[in-house]
Ligand binder design. Structure first.
Ligand SMILES: [Zn+2]
Length: 91
């Protein structure tokens, strides 16, 4: 008779992935819903299109934002002609 089972799970599987905006308590579990965005920053002398070539010590933020705070961040950035909360093919 098995009394217990030890299993490793990601914290996000238990409590959900959270929005990293200060004061926001929104979360999701499982696949990222439309409207949320990953926010990843890194340093490199040149744009690095291959994520796996970015050295761990050169990585900065690696988090997610809910739709409201994607929009809020977008409002703080200079106009690049693209919006964080809009991607091609996203209706
Ligand atoms: Zn949020």
């Amino acid at each position: 008779m098995k009394i217990y089972e030890r299993k490793m799970v990601k914290v996000s599987e238990l409590v959900g992935n959270k929005c990293w905006w200060r004061g926001c308590d929104r979360t999701y579990v499982g696949d990222m819903p439309r409207g949320w965005r990953y926010l990843f920053t890194y340093w490199s002398r040149q744009v690095q299109p291959d994520f796996f070539k970015i050295l761990p010590q050169d990585r900065g933020l690696d988090c997610a934002l809910c739709p409201e705070h994607v929009h809020a961040l977008d409002g703080q950035l200079k106009d690049s002609g693209k919006q964080l909360d809009k991607v091609e093919g996203n209706a």
